[in-house]
Each structure stands twice: as C-alpha cells, then as structure tokens.
Design a protein around this ligand. Structure first.
Ligand code: SF4
Length: 178
C-alpha cells in the first residue's frame, strides 16, 4: 500500500507544536509504516511537493508566511491547522493591539538590543502584515487541531482517524492549553 505523503510547515509561532509531534516518540515510528514525511522544517527537504496531507503550525504574520502557506495549500489535498496560533491566531495576534509602525519602531529603534537604529527596508525582506492572521483567513483549512500545543495524544488520534478514512472528532479532555 502506498504511503500517505505528509508535509509539515511552521509559520509565526514558537515551534512548540512541532515539538509535540516529536513527543509521539514510538508512535511516530509506527506511523512511518503508513506515512512518509516529504518536507518539514525538521527534515532536509523544506519545500512541499504534492502531498496528501499538510500540517501547518503558527499564524500568518508576514508576506513570506502568506507565500509559504499558499504554496502549501496548492500542493496538498488536506490541510490541517495545528495549534492555537494556526487555528485562531493565538499568541502572535497580541501584536494586533499595537500599530505596525510602533512594533517596528520598538523592535529596531527603541529596543535595548538595537544596534544601528534603523528599520530595515531591503525589498528582499519579508514585509510584516498590518495584522497577524489565523491560517483560515488566507487559505481554506480542512481540519483544526487546537491546543497550545496540542498534546501528542491529540495529534496521534487525529492522524490515525484521518488515515482510517474517518473525520477526527476530538473529545474535550483531549485538548491541552499549557
Ligand atoms: Fe507555540 Fe502554542 Fe503557537 Fe503551537 S499554538 S506554535 S505551541 S504558541
């Protein structure tokens, strides 16, 4: 039987959701008999090719995130938003309470770690969006797996249900908000 091709990606977040995937431990090894991770921030291949399932962590904070996310959506049949940042914006949306120019001024001019006091303007750099967005405000999402981060049990349950051709319905006690 052909393995299900899976890509994972992280946008604006803390990488904690990917750490939760690694917490699957031996179950990750079991899953490798059914799935093949084709690209991921934790594998050599970073860019997604055509995959069956894409798992995305983090919110959308800049132009590079938008580009990455649209490409991932284009390449995948099923897209899962994993973690609160991807599902509804989470912690990165705290920036939305402050005007973007203030954020840049603080980061590059007023911050104690500032060195040259200049907001970078190179066209090669990703541009901050005016507001941080959850994934579904940029592309269609097929499944949501909330939590901060979602537990390894919740991730395993969702993946197992999908692999069995069922729609995963998470019980409330399987949600984790650390
Ligand atoms: Fe990190 Fe929580 Fe966001 Fe996941 S949901 S990326 S653990 S802050």
């Amino acid at each position: 039987m052909a393995k299900v091709k899976v890509a994972t990606e992280w946008l604006a977040g803390c990488a904690g959701c990917h750490m939760s995937v690694l917490d699957l431990d031996e179950r990750l090894v079991q899953l490798t008999s059914l799935i093949r991770i084709t690209s991921s921030p934790i594998t050599d291949l970073k860019k997604p090719r055509k995959v069956d399932v894409a798992i995305v962590e983090g919110a959308v904070a800049n132009s590079s995130n938008v580009e990455t996310l649209k490409e991932l959506r284009e390449q995948s049949q099923i897209l899962i938003a994993i973690g609160d940042c991807a599902c509804f914006g989470g912690i990165p949306t705290m920036r939305n309470t402050v005007d973007k120019s203030e954020v840049l001024r603080y980061a590059y001019i007023e911050s104690p770690s500032t060195r040259d006091g200049e907001i970078p303007s190179s066209p090669e750099l990703a541009k901050l969006l005016d507001n941080v967005l959850p994934v579904n405000q940029v592309v269609k999402v097929d499944f949501y797996l909330p939590g901060c981060p979602p537990s390894a049990d919740a991730i395993y349950f969702a993946l197992s249900e999908l692999l069995a051709g069922r729609v995963p319905v998470l019980a409330g006690d399987n949600l984790r908000f650390d």
